[in-house]
Design a protein around this ligand. Structure first.
Ligand code: ADP
Ligand code: MG
Length: 231
């Protein structure tokens, strides 16, 4: 198995006082470059824990995780920040947009922290990619939920990551808007982006090429979409 994401026997233990919570138990998980993968599972099954490990937002208790060939376990926070910035874009359920910045400014925000030059062309390209070419000057408060999530997806894309990780990105959206967001994910995937999306919605999860189910910190099944293009 070789992939852009390779997790082997990944474990995560959280400690709450004296209590130990095993959020991930020996998870083996591999995503190939260009794949569109979804993860479902009941609340508390470890979906966010897994995604946070994959995105270097949190560190595994044991096991190995390789991103784009780089071993993550044992890396210093400073190096993790760099690996994250160069490889990963994150999308969250709550959008986390800056309310006083326009859509365009929210999308270009990560460029402040990366060494990449701010390019007006790149920003317009990303606005176009997420379907917001005519909304760049709007503040988040002037946008619908679906549009706000598109801004957040644009922000995740601006540094041209290899992988986008999304944690319940449609959890706050109605079903038609959720469909559109997954449509956008499919389009981005066709352009070569690797996607790992956590969702509660089985119909949406099935639009990915592979659907993993987590239960009690373990992957209990992997369903592969057999007929290409059939959704
Ligand atoms: N920071 C934390 N401290 C203690 N326990 C945590 C922490 N984060 C998650 N957990 C626990 O780990 C388990 C998995 O949580 P999580 O990954 O958030 O599940 P999901 O995203 O599938 O709902 C749960 O039992 C949760 O209570
Ligand atoms: Mg969660």
């Amino acid at each position: 198995m070789s992939g852009i994401i390779e997790a082997k026997e990944l474990c995560k233990i959280y400690r709450r006082g004296r209590e130990e919570i095993q959020a991930l138990k020996n998870v083996d998980f591999c995503v190939k470059a260009g794949e569109f993968v979804s993860i479902i599972g009941p609340s508390g099954s470890g979906k966010t824990a897994l995604l946070n490990m994959l995105g270097c937002l949190d560190t595994p208790s044991s096991g190995s995780l390789r991103l784009n060939g780089i071993e993550i376990a044992g890396q210093k926070e400073r190096d993790l920040v760099k690996i994250r910035r160069e490889n990963i874009g994150f999308v969250f359920q709550q959008f986390y947009l800056m309310p006083t910045l326009t859509a365009r400014e929210n999308i270009e925000l990560p460029l402040l922290f990366s060494k990449k030059n701010r390019s007006a062309k790149r920003i317009e390209e990303v606005l176009q990619m997420v379907g917001l070419a005519d909304r760049g000057d709007h503040l988040p408060g002037q946008l619908s939920g679906g549009e706000m999530q598109r801004v957040a997806i644009g922000r995740a894309l601006i540094n041209d990551p290899k992988i986008v990780l999304a944690d319940e990105p449609t959890g706050n959206l109605d079903s038609a808007t959720s469909e559109m967001i997954f449509g956008l994910f499919s389009e981005l995937n066709k352009r070569g982006l690797t996607l790992v999306v956590v969702t509660h919605n089985l119909d949406l999860a099935r639009r990915a090429e592979k659907m993993y189910t987590l239960r009690d910190g373990q992957i209990v099944s992997c369903e592969e979409r057999t007929c290409a293009g059939g959704m």
